[in-house]
Ligand binder design. Structure first.
Ligand code: NAP
Length: 251
């Protein structure tokens, strides 16, 4: 394995930001390895860009171990697998949903990072990018479980940055606001109408917009660490502050 820029691993690359990031990294000369649970979807992403597609469930330690054993070297790790489940207020919170959000966004990120860190360091210029969220900066009504997970993911990121100081591994977080992906369909448990309403009357970002930010972080010179990049749609000025126009979406 030795593309010009080295090997980049992207978790949660079967759709959305992860898929767009895999394409962006491959386009920039990285040898890309992608992981997710929906392997057929993953192969559709990987095929056209010559990436390696491997099954991965970041909530399952054995799956993470198998995946990482297949990656002999690694220069970039994009911890993107994650998402939200539900929009219930705390008084109605379902613990199973909270546990899943924590398992995916926080412990999944921990597992992948811990497993690949020796290879990232051995590359001489490793980069770990966490895909966080504006939800990790600001709480909002109904966001409790997702806020808790994304705040925790940011805490992990800050601790990692401090712990790796002096070693050749950079740590970046890219924290987007509204991006139109499968995120809301997953959040609303497959309710496509409810998911569509999230973006009604405004122009959200596209997955490619976030992928470009991630690519920016990993293509800076080795001595430059982009610590934190918060990126929102022009129509969004805070976690729950959006501007919607009447009429067709984004008109
Ligand atoms: P998406 O289209 O739903 O993509 C989520 C990806 O994560 C999928 O590829 C999914 O693949 C993967 N995934 C979920 N659980 C996984 C698991 N246990 N193991 C491995 N992969 C898993 O949503 P997205 O918007 O691209 O989300 C990507 C990241 O951006 C997430 O961390 C999300 O929290 C963050 N984010 C999104 C937005 C937004 O508005 N869209 C805003 C801020 C932050 P499989 O289902 O095939 O496993």
């Amino acid at each position: 394995m030795s593309a010009a820029r080295g090997v980049a691993v992207v978790t949660g690359a079967s759709s959305g930001i992860g898929a767009a990031t895999a394409r962006a990294l491959a386009g920039a000369g990285f040898e890309v390895v992608v992981g997710a649970r929906r392997v057929e979807r993953l192969r559709e992403v990987a095929g056209p860009i010559g990436a390696q597609a491997l099954p991965l469930d970041v909530t399952d330690p054995a799956s993470v171990e198998r995946f990482c054993a297949e990656v002999p070297e690694c220069r970039v790790l994009v911890n993107n697998a994650g998402g939200a489940i539900g929009l219930e207020r705390i008084e109605e919170a379902d613990e199973a949903d909270w546990r899943r959000m924590y398992e995916t966004n926080v412990l999944g990120t921990l597992r992948m990072t811990r497993a690949l860190l020796p290879k990232l360091e051995a590359s001489g210029d490793g980069v770990v990018v966490m895909v966080g969220s504006i939800a990790g900066h600001e709480a909002y009504v109904g966001g409790g479980g997702y806020n808790a997970a994304k705040f925790a993911e940011r805490a992990l990121t800050r601790a990692l940055r401090l712990e790796l100081l002096g070693r050749p591994v950079r740590v970046s977080e890219v924290d987007p606001g509204l991006v139109e992906t499968e995120f809301s369909v997953v959040r609303f448990r497959g309710d496509a109408e409810r998911a569509k309403a999230v973006y009604e009357g405004l122009t959200p970002m596209r997955a490619e917009d976030v992928a470009e930010c991630i690519l920016f972080c990993v293509t800076r010179p080795a001595w430059v660490n982009v610590d934190q990049l918060v990126v929102l749609a022009r129509d969004q000025a805070g976690a729950s502050v959006v501007h919607r126009r009447p009429g067709p979406e984004g008109a």
